[in-house]
Design a protein around this ligand. Structure first.
Ligand code: TYM
Length: 344
């Protein structure tokens, strides 16, 4: 043993992220993930998958799953992801994810998974009735990232703990198999006003596909009337908007709407407050609705356009899977060698 710091990863910078095909995408997914995907494709090599293996950790109708996968791919393209620049594919079409996940299950510790707050939230009161896959879910997520040796992972705030686990798994693998710098310790790309969009009905709960109230979220496929109505009905307080961000403390719903405005218009919260300080929600909400309709309307329209040609989506996904496998297969082969598996 030496007391030297472990060697750093020396490979290329690469981005990997994914979205589950488990329901309609909402504003939180758009601002927390898709907008960043479209931006990053100009800066680094990018891979974006539709994580269908993750989706089946809770029940998905078999007859609907493939269509849901195409829908997420269409949302990527509608948000500006260009398949000529980024590799877009379905996770289940690249078996190396599952293969590496098994090896990582033997690296990750039960105590690490026991701490995962998302499992606690999703399993609810009856965790013994959850699938085993829901529990080991974050290990598969680590495999998604590390099978490509991705260095950067754009996600919303709710994925932070899963990315910390990914770093722990990478570090332990590198250590246990005496392979310093083999896997990178990936950097989460979370920052920005869109990282944690909250429910429109409850400023303490995040905007989520699984919230029973459709008024809690703006779906990417909502039309202009639905978007405007949901913003009009969004919960707020009777106070006018403050001059500074400190004035939003303790006003979760107000803070959320200001954050949404900032993220959609690409300015800071401070800039939004400088413009609207002293105005009440009667004045602010119509401005926010106009902005949301102007930004999201065309995204929904483009999505419908892509979905009108499922054959083209399938061709892109198939080509993406072939490219992804070229990157993933050598990683799994190297891991097998390091673990010491037999090979002829
Ligand atoms: P998923 O499908 O729940 O969400 C997709 C992306 O949307 C972000 N997000 C939000 N961002 C801001 N505000 C919100 N209210 C909000 N809700 C969701 C999520 O953070 C995510 O970035 N485990 C992941 C999928 C995954 C993955 C991966 C991500 C599987 N493997 C590898 C990155 C790398 C998930 O369930 O995302």
């Amino acid at each position: 043993m030496t007391d030297q710091a472990p060697a750093q990863y020396q490979g290329p910078q690469r981005v990997l992220s994914g979205v589950q095909p488990s329901g309609a995408l909402h504003l939180g997914n758009y601002l927390g993930a898709l907008v960043k995907f479209a931006r990053l494709q100009h800066e680094m090599e990018c891979l974006f998958c539709v994580v269908d293996l993750h989706a089946i950790t809770v029940w998905q109708e078999p007859a609907a799953l493939a269509a849901q996968t195409r829908e997420i791919a269409a949302a990527y393209f509608a948000a500006g992801v260009d398949p000529a620049k980024a590799t877009v594919f379905a996770q289940s079409a690249v078996p190396e994810h599952s293969e590496l996940a098994w090896m990582f299950q033997c690296v990750a510790r039960l105590g690490w998974l026991d701490r995962m707050t998302q499992f606690k939230e999703k399993s609810g009161k009856h965790k013994e009735r959850s699938s085993v896959g829901l529990y080991t879910y974050p290990v598969l997520q680590a495999a998604d990232i590390l099978v490509y040796k991705a260095t950067h992972v754009p996600v919303g705030e709710d994925q932070k703990q899963h990315l910390e686990l990914t770093r722990d798994i990478a570090g332990k693998f590198n250590h246990d198999y005496d392979a310093p710098g083999f896997f990178p310790l990936c950097e989460p790309l979370i920052q920005g006003p869109g990282a944690r969009i909250m429910s429109l009905r409850d400023g303490a709960a995040k905007m989520s596909k699984s919230d029973p109230s459709d008024y809690s979220r703006i779906n990417l496929t909502d039309d202009a009337d639905a978007i405007a109505q949901k913003i009009r009905k969004a919960r707020t307080d009777p106070e006018p908007l403050p001059e500074t961000a400190e004035g939003l403390e303790g006003r979760a719903e107000a803070k959320n709407l200001v954050g949404i405005y900032a993220a959609l218009s690409g300015v800071s919260e401070a800039d939004v407050l400088a413009e609207f300080a002293g105005q009440g929600f009667g004045a602010f909400k119509p401005k926010l609705a106009d902005l949301a309709v102007a930004q999201l309307g065309p995204v929904g329209e483009r999505m419908r356009g892509f979905l009108a040609d499922p054959g083209e989506i399938d061709r892109i996904l198939a080509a993406g899977a072939a490219k992804a496998r070229e990157l993933a297969a050598p990683t799994v082969a190297e891991v097998k060698r390091k673990v010491g598996f037999w090979s002829a």
